[in-house]
Design a binder for this molecule. Structure first.
Ligand code: HEC
Length: 148
């Protein structure tokens, strides 16, 4: 009885610990960052399409989070993280690092410009949404295995 309890506790402990280790892996960190991008663009797209009312504070929060992702995203592609943890990063990131870095820099520039613009109405948001989101597909086309 006592052994079984201990064994169960050890299992729970291991299960609780494993994700904590994986969460530090660059493949996992960068995928989480991109998931945030996806959620933020979703929030903004709903406003742009008129599916949710324009909300200046929510729009700025989403744009700010995107610019924060853009600021450090490029740091999470060290040698040795080309595969594993279901990464969709394309080999081109490592064979053409300069090209990839340039894409990240453009993305950051457009995200920073969008934050600086701090859209006060829907037209203002539409003006920055297009240029900002063209970065997504443009980078994915070459640097992500799944194109979208
Ligand atoms: C500079 C290149 C670059 C830009 C710009 C970029 N992405 Fe990505 N994105 C990637 C790469 C590389 C991956 C694959 C990461 C991995 O799996 O390790 C990815 C993956 C994703 C994923 C899948 C995440 C997951 O694993 O579930 C989503 C969603 C995503 N990007 C959304 C966006 C959106 C939305 C934008 C624009 C706001 C954007 N991305 C801009 C490079 C980029």
């Amino acid at each position: 009885m006592k052994f079984r309890t201990l064994f169960a506790a050890a299992l729970i402990g291991a299960a609780g610990f494993a994700p904590a280790i994986a969460a530090d892996e660059p493949q996992v960190v960068r995928q989480e960052m991109m998931k945030k991008n996806g959620a933020d663009v979703g929030t903004l797209a709903k406003m742009v399409k008129g599916e949710s009312p324009f909300d200046a504070a929510a729009a700025l929060a989403a744009l700010t989070e995107i610019s924060e992702v853009a600021a450090t995203f490029g740091e999470h592609f060290p040698e040795g993280s080309e595969t594993g943890f279901e990464t969709e990063a394309a080999p081109a990131i490592w064979t053409d690092r300069a090209g990839f870095d340039a894409k990240v820099a453009e993305f950051k520039e457009d995200a920073d410009a969008a934050v600086a613009a701090a859209p006060a109405d829907l037209d203002g948001l539409k003006a920055v949404f297009g240029p900002l989101t063209q970065n997504c597909g443009s980078c994915h086309e070459t640097y992500r295995l799944k194109k979208s």
